[in-house]
Design a protein around this ligand. Structure first.
Ligand code: ADP
Ligand code: ADP
Ligand code: ZN
Length: 233
């Protein structure tokens, strides 16, 4: 990367559950050698480990509600303080509320965090989200995301990336919890579209296209079409 000669780019992947944020974050991070903070995965890891924050977060995740801001903001700031997040990065699933966006804005306002800030808004048809989430499969070993319909692994139930046998479904990808998550998105998260439009940092991509087409659209939106590792300034 070129952080020594240019300022870093901080990117937020924003959109409803199932829009393809995680899929694109993994692909684009690999192309450009960037760290990703996947907020949902960070929270699930804390729950698995147990202890204060994880125990408090558990019931919210299970029912599809947002984990309270003080817990999520602290987790996010802890991750961003790590050495790998001192240059360019991608956030997947944070911020998801005005309170979270204000916390991130305060972080980015510090002189040592100067750089370019872009929010990529994944625009998707609500109907498609339910079927995407219902068919989502995840490799428990390497976190690659598949879909029974649109993006199956080459060999059934085997991860094409790492060879792990046994792809899993998330408990919150069942219909009732999906409905809650989509409602929470429209009530608490969608207002951020205006928040970021007003600040002139929002770019919208059509997330209903094929996965590879969406990747190209995101890279174009970010100005990263000239190849790997060249344009993060
Ligand atoms: P998010 O992180 O926004 O919740 P994911 O990246 O986990 O979304 O994708 C949700 C599901 O939709 C996964 O099963 C994934 O394989 C599938 N998917 C992602 N992008 C597309 C796409 N462009 N077209 C069809 N299915 C997709
Ligand atoms: P998806 O990829 O389908 O959008 P995530 O893995 O990002 O789902 O999130 C799963 C769950 O984790 C959410 O339903 C919510 O309970 C919790 N969560 C994730 N990100 C946040 C956040 N920024 N604020 C509050 N809760 C969050
Ligand atoms: Zn795998």
């Amino acid at each position: 990367m070129t952080e020594t000669t240019s300022l870093p780019t901080r990117t937020v992947f924003f959109g409803p559950p199932g829009a393809g944020k995680g899929t694109q974050a993994n692909l684009i991070a690999a192309h450009h050698d960037l760290p990703v903070m996947d907020m949902g995965a960070t929270i699930r890891k804390a729950i698995k480990q147990g202890g204060g924050a994880g125990d408090k977060a558990k019931s919210y995740v299970e029912r599809g509600a947002l984990v309270p801001p003080e817990i999520v903001i602290e987790m996010a700031m802890e991750r961003l303080a790590q050495p790998e997040f001192q240059g360019s990065w991608i956030l997947d699933g944070f911020p998801r509320s005005i309170a979270q966006a204000e916390a991130l804005e305060a972080y980015l306002a510090q002189p040592e965090h100067a750089g370019r800030f872009v929010v990529v808004n994944f625009h998707a048809d609500p109907e498609a989200l339910v079927s995407r989430l219902s068919g989502r499969l995840i490799c428990p070993q390497c976190a690659t995301v598949y879909n029974t319909q649109s993006n199956p692994p080459a060999q059934a139930d085997v991860c094409s990336e790492c060879g792990h046998h046994g792809l899993t479904r998330r408990k919150d990808d069942e219909p009732e919890v999906i409905r809650t998550r989509l409602q929470v998105y429209s009530e608490e998260t969608q207002p951020l579209i205006d928040f970021y439009s007003q600040r002139g940092v929002l770019v919208t991509v059509d997330a209903m296209q094929e996965i590879g087409t969406v990747t190209a659209a995101v890279e174009t939106a970010l100005g990263w079409t000239n190849g790997v590792g060249t344009a993060h300034g």
